[in-house]
Design a protein around this ligand. Sequence first.
Ligand code: SAH
Length: 441
Amino acid sequence: MKKNDIFTGTCIDYTSEGLGVVKAEGFVFFIKDMLINEIALIKITKINKNIGFGFVDKYIRQSEERCNPKCKIAHLCGGCQLQHMEYDHQLDFKTNRVKTAFERIAKLEVSVNDCAGAVNPYNYRNKVQVPVKNGFDNKAVVGYYRSHTNDIVEYDTCYTQSDVENEIVKKMKIWINELNLTKIFRHILIKHSFNTNDVMVVFIVSVKDAKLKTLAEFVAKEFDNVKSVILNLNTRTDNVIMGDKEEILYGNKFITESLNDLVFNISSKSFYQINPVQTKYLYEKAIEFANLKSTDTLVDLYCGTGTIGLFAAKSVKKVIGIELINDAIKDAKVNAIKNNISNVEFICGDAAVISTKLIQRNEKIDVVVVDPPRKGLDIETIEAIKKMTPDRLVYVSCDVATCARDCAILSDMYKVEMIQPVDMFPQTTHVECVIQLTLAK
Ligand code: SAH
């Protein structure tokens, strides 16, 4: 087999990126836009010793799980990888991704619940971050990156965004052109509280310009629910999106979001889960898996702005939240006061370092909840958790591969009882998981 050959193949599996897996003549091929059980004529684009890549030249049999992507540019944009799958099939894909990771990486025999789907698999994002480039004729190019490139694919409507987010991006593009601001714009950041309907718009720019104030006025005048417009100055040359210096151009510094009976301040930089509807399910699962008692001391590791710990606070004696970013800890403290919650302590610092200090305090820790970034837990943090020896450990993960790795390392002391995948990002390959672990007696 060689490049440009065409062969007939059947898709038998998926990669974690949602590519179809086809085996032929001892090679394993990875094919875009091919679903399990589909048969197609495949043209080879690249081939080496035992693996190859290709695309579908012609479908011979299509799957009943296939659907037409709602978005016209789904095949170009790097944002969504699964729009060609019916939603139920996307959920099966995610459940299987989790099962495969635990079998292959963790080598643990565990049962995985079906992935909990969203009622609305579209319009779910409460935050969008859209790159802006100065294009041909100094016209703004506004859109998302084509996968694995820095090229921007422009869009008219992004179906994972809310309507107001789409409308603001469209109008901003017109105004950025009118005001000749294309050269200084880097990103448009929009945060939309689904509960209060309040919106924050952040202009991320490389240079300050008086016309940005005019732009803020345009935005606020056109969109009643915009309650905050922030200028974020980013003069960096790397790919970090936000700069340090900020200025309020219109309205407040915060918008607020609520979750059950709690309210949270959301500022331009504070982290809040992207899919607020599914977040409720995610946190409720985490709390359920923690089997909380009124006498418990709970450690919320990687607590961000304190949301999980505050959610748990009324069911336990005490919560200790630990987080690396000082601004997030400040927000967490404000969030505790805002919600009249006093049995919480928030500490800024590295998870492993602060956990080690807690052990020295000799405090009995009953439950630990961890919610690390994609790279998962480092070995020092795992050691610290083992030394804290909580009876119950809940792992909230946004990367199943690192989570499976960590569960394997924990498995000499902790038994994986239950795994609940949750679909926080419909149409994409991302899958969130809540894992219940208990101290093996
Ligand atoms: N549990 C929160 C935040 C989860 S995001 C929520 O649901 O909203 C992961 C958090 O881990 C981020 O806030 C990040 O700043 C923090 N973090 C990353 N590395 C860390 C470290 N080494 N120690 C402590 N916190 C860290």
